[in-house]
Each structure stands twice: as structure tokens, then as C-alpha cells.
Design a protein around this ligand. Structure first.
Ligand code: COA
Length: 444
């Protein structure tokens, strides 16, 4: 396994050539990593990130591993850092692993020397070494970092959004929410297993939600309430409620008011509903009502709600506006056959559900590689090599949109986004439509 590469930099310093080394984490690196992150991100500085907190996250989060922390070191000093975070994401009934990219940072005085670009190349190489078939990240659209990711083959697949309202609209929303028959009470540790199951049931069939096992939920919801990567606060500073109907927990909400958090993060005037999930609409109405009311009582001047754009939330929050912001979700395909292999059970489920049962094969070619899907009745074999009478070629970006269900195969075809298509018969057209329908893609 190659985990390090050295680069001799021309730049002379005090009469000697400086050596830049790009490598994985070594014991003690957390000090330089956190210094580099704090030099690059105001959010981390304001919140108060320390190397102890960094180490703590490596114990609390299965995907945040020390050996996946990549550094650029010059003359014994860490000057750049990228963290690879493994995330298991749902793909209908299947699960795939993505290599999430986080904390991309170069100390200000070392910028413009290709450090972040090389660290990102190392991140891609590390994904390959670890057998991770795809890499994903969030960033600002057209930001300097966006340019680096584009250069390395990451493409924009999804535009993130949330729902926002001024508190006057939130007051209007409160009139429509609430209801009888559902008790809303504080979340307790004993509820954690139930809310984990509710999350899994609610997001069933979706593409993108993170897979949360009991340990993950315990680590992120108990003595500290985590809300975004490292960021956490004391649980009592959050609105943490569950709904109870007929003696059973039916849903939960986690919300925060920036002004009440003990560590500074984000807008101190804003309230955020981070997750509001319930198994029925009545419970969700009551939870949303209680959470919004608590945020207003705490002094929120505005409220953001993180939720997918589905009719349920639209009905609940008609006064809220969907705002796209300047962010973008990007992916890079590392290994197409391996990616398709991981989601094969969901693709097979789609064929079974639609009653498609044939013997054929289709070659799928994208910018970053190709794969052959051999379909025998309703079972699929994915192979790297081989020819096929049916062939579809797409850009990585359009393939990923189709893969996630952001656009269906048919929609891509209609807007001429399919580069080339050669089908042995009409049956392959039906198979592609069945394998790649429009779907709900949402990364919570
Ligand atoms: C983004 C960041 C990591 C880049 O680090 P770096 O080591 O200077 O990056 P590199 O030298 O490898 O590459 C910089 C590239 O961005 C380009 N660039 C610089 N400013 C730019 C801008 N405003 N818009 C577009 N591209 C820009 C450079 O021209 C260069 O591209 P090139 O190699 O094609 O000429 C660094 O600026 C940083 O730490 N920023 C703050 C933290 C941050 O925003 N992280 C990303 C979060 S997703």
C-alpha cells in the first residue's frame, strides 16, 4: 500500500531546498492538523476546535478514521490537510460506501502552491486503495475549492437546499400546525433505539440518507448532541423532542437556536430544525409545532428547516421558502463496476417490482470507466470487461444524476443528455427505464 509520496519543491529556504511530503496520519499529527484547520476555517476557530476534540471524533464516528487523515508536511510542519470520511449511504434496499471529503485546508501563507490539489489526488488514490467506489463532498459552487475538485474529475450532481422563513411567517405556520391526541415530550436516552428505527423506516427506499447503527446514534445523540461533523453542544441547549401516540414513540425532532448554543456556531439569530421525522403526519405536525414554538420563544428571528422537498413537508410548511444557496454536492466515480456491484440488490429489486424478466446485457460507459450489466431474469452480474450488443454512453455527471435518481434515464434521453445509445431491442430501453427511475435523493 503506497501511503506517501514526496515532492521536492524548487523553492529554496535559507539556502536549502524544502521537501513537501504528502502522507497519511502519524501519531501526534492532530496538533498540526487542527492548527491548519483553524487557520483555514473561521467556523472551527469560533467554535473552538482542539486536537483533543479531533481525536475524540475519531473514537465516536466509524467513518472518521485517523488513518484516513491526509497531510502535507513541510520541514516538520503540517501545512495542508484533507480528511477522508467513510459514509455508508442508503441506495433503496442496498447500501454503498462513499469516501466523503472534509476539512480541505491549506495554511494561508502556503496557498497557491498546489498543496490542496495534491492532497486531493492523494485522497482519490486512498479511496482506490481502500476499495471505495465513489467519493463525495459539499462545497461552494464556483469557490476556489470547487475549481480544484473539478480539475480532479469531481462533478456537480445535486444542488442542496433548505426551507427558510422569517419569524412572522413562522408564526403563521404555527397556526396551521399542532393537533390533538399526540403527546410531545423531551427525548430521553431510552428513546434512542426507537428514533433510530423511525429514521430508518422514514427514509426507506430513498437514496442518500446515512446508515445509522445503534452505536452511531448513541455517540451522536447522548452526552453531546452532534449536529455537523465535529460540531456539538450540550444536549440541554437543543430542542430535542419525541412524539408519543398510543404509548408508542412515533417521531422526533432535533432543533437548535444559534443564540443558545454554548459554543459559537453559525448565525446567533437563526433557529434550525435539523431533523423532524415521524411515522405519521399527525405526529410530525405536533413535533414541528412544538419545535418552532420553542425556537421563537428562545428568540429566533428566522428559522431554517432541513428537510427533503417532498409533499409532506410542503404541506406542513407552506409559508417556508425553498432556498438553494450557493452550495453544491459533488461526486467523483472511483470505480464504476464496484459502485454498481454495491447497489446491485436495489437494481434487481427494481426489475422484480416491475416484472421485467429477460436475458440480456448492457454496456454502460462513462468518462471514468465502463461496466457491463448482465441480466439473467431478475438477477444482475456486473463485470469490468466484455462487449455487449447494447451500449449506453454518458458523461460522469449525467450518469450520477441518473444513478441518484435526480433525473431519470428517460428524462436524460429526452433532453439529449445520453451521448450514444445502441440497443439490441426495445426491451433494453425498458430495462434502463426500470433500473434508473426518478428517485428521492437526500443526504441527511
Ligand atoms: C481552498 C484551499 C484549500 C486551496 O488550497 P491551495 O493549496 O492554495 O490550493 P492549490 O494551490 O492546490 O490550488 C488552487 C487552485 O485554485 C485556483 N483559485 C484560487 N483562487 C480562486 C478563485 N477565487 N476562484 C477560482 N479558482 C481559484 C488557483 O488558480 C489554483 O488552480 P490552478 O492550479 O488551476 O491554477 C485554500 O484556499 C483554503 O484552505 N481555503 C479555506 C478553506 C476552504 O475553503 N476549504 C474548502 C472547503 S470545501
Amino acid at each position: 500500500m503506497r501511503t506517501t509520496f514526496k515532492l521536492r519543491v524548487e523553492r529554496a529556504c535559507g539556502g536549502r531546498a524544502m521537501v513537501l511530503e504528502f502522507r497519511r496520519y502519524r501519531d501526534g499529527d492532530e496538533v498540526g492538523i487542527v492548527e491548519t484547520m483553524n487557520s483555514a476555517f473561521e467556523t472551527f476557530r469560533q467554535w473552538g476546535l482542539t486536537s483533543d476534540i479531533w481525536l475524540e471524533l475519531t473514537r465516536r464516528d466509524y467513518g472518521f478514521r485517523r488513518d484516513l487523515a491526509l497531510v502535507a508536511e513541510e520541514d516538520g510542519k503540517i501545512v495542508g490537510h484533507v480528511q477522508l470520511v467513510l459514509r455508508k449511504l442508503r441506495y433503496g434496499c442496498a447500501v454503498f460506501t462513499t469516501g466523503g471529503i472534509a476539512n480541505v485546508s491549506t495554511r494561508p501563507e502556503h496557498r497557491g502552491r498546489g498543496i490542496a490539489t495534491r492532497l486531493m489526488s492523494l485522497a482519490v488514490e486512498t479511496c482506490r486503495e481502500e476499495g471505495i467506489p465513489i467519493s463525495s463532498l459539499w462545497t461552494g459552487f464556483l469557490s476556489p475549492a470547487h475549481h480544484i475538485y473539478r480539475k480532479l474529475g469531481y462533478v456537480d450532481t445535486f444542488s442542496p437546499y433548505s426551507f427558510g422563513a422569517h419569524f412572522l411567517e413562522v408564526k403563521e405556520a404555527l397556526k396551521l400546525l399542532g393537533g390533538n391526541g399526540v403527546e410531545v415530550r423531551e427525548l430521553q436516552s431510552a428513546d434512542l433505539d426507537e428514533i433510530r428505527k423511525i429514521y430508518a423506516l422514514f427514509t426507506e427506499g430513498w437514496i442518500g440518507p446515512g446508515v445509522r447503527d445503534a452505536e452511531y446514534v448513541r455517540n451522536k445523540f447522548t452526552d453531546k448532541q452532534f449536529y455537523h461533523t465535529f460540531f456539538y453542544d450540550e444536549p440541554e441547549n437543543f430542542v430535542r423532542l419525541v412524539s408519543v401516540d398510543g404509548g408508542k414513540v412515533t417521531g422526533y425532532v432535533i432543533a437548535a437556536f444559534g443564540g443558545k448554543l454554548s459554543r459559537r456556531y453559525g448565525d446567533p439569530y437563526a433557529g434550525s430544525v435539523l431533523e423532524a421525522i415521524a411515522l405519521d403526519e399527525k405526529s410530525l405536525r405536533c413535533l414541528m409545532h412544538s419545535a418552532l414554538q420553542e425556537l421563537l420563544e428562545a428568540g429566533a428571528k428566522k428559522v431554517w428547516v432541513n428537510a427533503p422537498d417532498i409533499p409532506l413537508y410542503r404541506r406542513l410548511l407552506p409559508e417556508f421558502r425553498k432556498v438553494g444557496g450557493q452550495g453544491t454536492y459533488m461526486d467523483k466515480i472511483i470505480d464504476l463496476p464496484a459502485l454498481l456491484e454495491q447497489v446491485k440488490s436495489e437494481l434487481e429489486r427494481r426489475l422484480i417490482e416491475r416484472g421485467v424478466s429477460v436475458s440480456t446485457s448492457i454496456k454502460l460507459a462513462v468518462d471514468s470507466g465502463s461496466a457491463v450489466l448482465k441480466i439473467e431474469d431478475d438477477s444482475i452480474t456486473v463485470s469490468r470487461e466484455g462487449s455487449s450488443p447494447s451500449y449506453i454512453s454518458l458523461s460522469d455527471r449525467n450518469f450520477l444524476k441518473m444513478f441518484y435518481g435526480v433525473e431519470s434515464f428517460e428524462e436524460l434521453l429526452q433532453r439529449r443528455a445520453v451521448r450514444s445509445l445502441k440497443l439490441a431491442s426495445g426491451m433494453e430501453l425498458e430495462i434502463l427505464s426500470t433500473l434508473f427511475p426518478k428517485n428521492l435523493f437526500y443526504v441527511w
